[in-house]
Design a protein around this ligand. Structure first.
Ligand SMILES: Cc1cc2nc3c(=O)[nH]c(=O)nc-3n(C[C@H](O)[C@H](O)[C@H](O)COP(=O)(O)OP(=O)(O)OC[C@H]3O[C@@H](n4cnc5c(N)ncnc54)[C@H](O)[C@@H]3O)c2cc1C
Length: 384
């Protein structure tokens, strides 16, 4: 099976034509390089402009800022094709599904003109830095500060686990502009920091359990001066912006997770039909067929749910609680699928030369980043 047979109400012929472009790009530019990039621990910046040339970066950016002005269903197509076609995380979706949206929604005219065209073309790589060594889930507890000095902010603090951290040219840094604000969320702002600012230092590219090629880093800010015009939107509104934009990030993770789960499942069906034990194929054991039947059923339900969620998001009706539920369900499903599929591979499943091993390692993080499963349950539970 491939993603083609699925019914998706949010996609038209143009989306499907675009899908072919993305698929070819993944096949030609990503898959042959996966092992080398995993070994290097980074996706080279040189691949970004190639994606940009084909419209694969930030498709929703309006034409006035160098983009194609398309709907989020194009991002969803990209997420599906990368999730189904490749085992490396390129960091593209962070730029396209997350960072671009902050600039489109809250950026000043000058910020949009300066940064969006370069994000679309792949000339620059971006990151968003919320998490700190001392706090992740509890974002209001962040300690990085931006103090005013004349018409500048002076930023001090550190961030960690930042995707695209080594490659980033521009970082959306979440800071406290008023550390004493009550309630504390009112003190949070988002400031654009260019990576060539004096006092900014990248730390380690962290050694992870999986997604080896994804660049996940520490960042340090020591008296980094940036003009106050680098504040994104209004000072003190950062936390509201984060809460407003996180649903799209969570839907994006849900889409990638479902696609990656489908990839693991399809590859496993092929594997068990070839692998022999006790004079028959592994597929011939009823236990195998029952496990696969169970997973296939859940995947089918999952696609129908995503179709619903995407349609609601395109109409701006998907609520933060619904997006949290989508992230929770699809990432937990991915975890279940890759684990059961690895088991059906036997010892081969534990060998990195088999794709399922890489998929199993990579899948573990989707229940953690973008908000943990526990935080998703908190958000859903609180809404009842
Ligand atoms: C590969 C990777 C990439 C990442 N990319 C980025 C990025 O680009 N930008 C960025 O800012 N961050 C990024 N992160 C950070 C990520 O979002 C955080 O790790 C995540 O939100 C969890 O925060 P934490 O690590 O501080 O865990 P903690 O908040 O310390 O949580 C520890 C445990 O406590 C649980 N817990 C916490 N609060 C509650 C609660 N209220 N109720 C019940 N349980 C709770 C958690 O669910 C978890 O199980 C990335 C992380 C990884 C691993």
């Amino acid at each position: 099976m491939s993603l083609d047979v699925l019914s998706r109400t949010s996609y038209n012929e143009d989306h499907e034509a675009f899908r072919q472009t993305v698929r070819q790009f993944v096949t030609k530019e990503i898959v042959p390089n996966e092992t080398a990039w995993d070994e290097a621990g980074i996706v080279p910046k040189s691949v970004w402009p190639k994606a940009g040339d084909l419209g694969i970066l930030c498709p929703t950016v309006p034409e006035a800022y160098g983009g194609l002005g398309l709907d989020f269903a194009y991002n969803a197509v990209i997420d599906e094709e990368f999730g189904y076609g490749a085992d490396v995380a390129t960091g593209f979706s962070l730029q396209s599904d997350i960072v671009a949206n902050y600039l489109i929604s809250y950026g000043s005219e000058e910020q949009k003109k300066q940064w969006l065209p370069k994000m679309v073309s792949g000339e620059i790589v971006t990151a968003i830095a919320m998490t700190e060594p001392g706090t992740g889930s509890d974002l209001q507890g962040m300690r990085t500060t931006a103090k005013k000095d004349g018409n500048h902010y002076v930023i001090n603090g550190s961030k960690t686990y930042i995707t695209n951290g080594q490659n980033a040219d521009l970082i959306l840094v979440c800071v406290k502009t008023d550390p004493d604000a009550k309630p504390s969320w009112k003190g949070v702002s988002i400031v654009l920091v260019e990576s060539d600012r004096e006092g900014f230092k990248r730390g380690r590219n962290l050694d992870k359990v999986g997604l080896d090629a994804a660049d996940t880093s520490e960042m340090f800010f020591e008296d980094v001066r940036v003009p106050m015009t680098n504040c994104l939107g209004e000072e003190g509104m950062g936390f509201i912006y984060l809460m407003t934009e996180l649903p799209q990030e969570r839907l994006s993770i849900a889409i990638s997770s479902q696609s990656a789960a489908q990839r693991a499942f399809d590859q496993t069906v092929t594997f068990v039909k070839e692998r022999k034990a006790f004079g028959q194929t592994v597929y011939d054991f009823q236990n195998t067929r029952f496990i696969l039947a169970d997973l296939k059923t859940k995947l089918q339900v999952g696609w129908a749910h995503l179709d619903w969620a995407l349609a609601r998001h395109l109409k701006k009706e998907l609520t933060p609680v619904e997006a949290s539920a989508a992230k929770l369900w699809h990432t937990e499903l991915q975890g279940e699928v890759v684990d059961k599929c690895l088991q059906l591979h036997g010892g081969a499943g534990y060998m990195n030369e088999y794709p399922i091993a890489r998929q199993w390692r990579g899948a573990r993080v989707t229940r953690i980043f973008g908000g943990t499963s526990e935080i998703m349950k908190e958000l859903i539970g609180r809404s009842l």
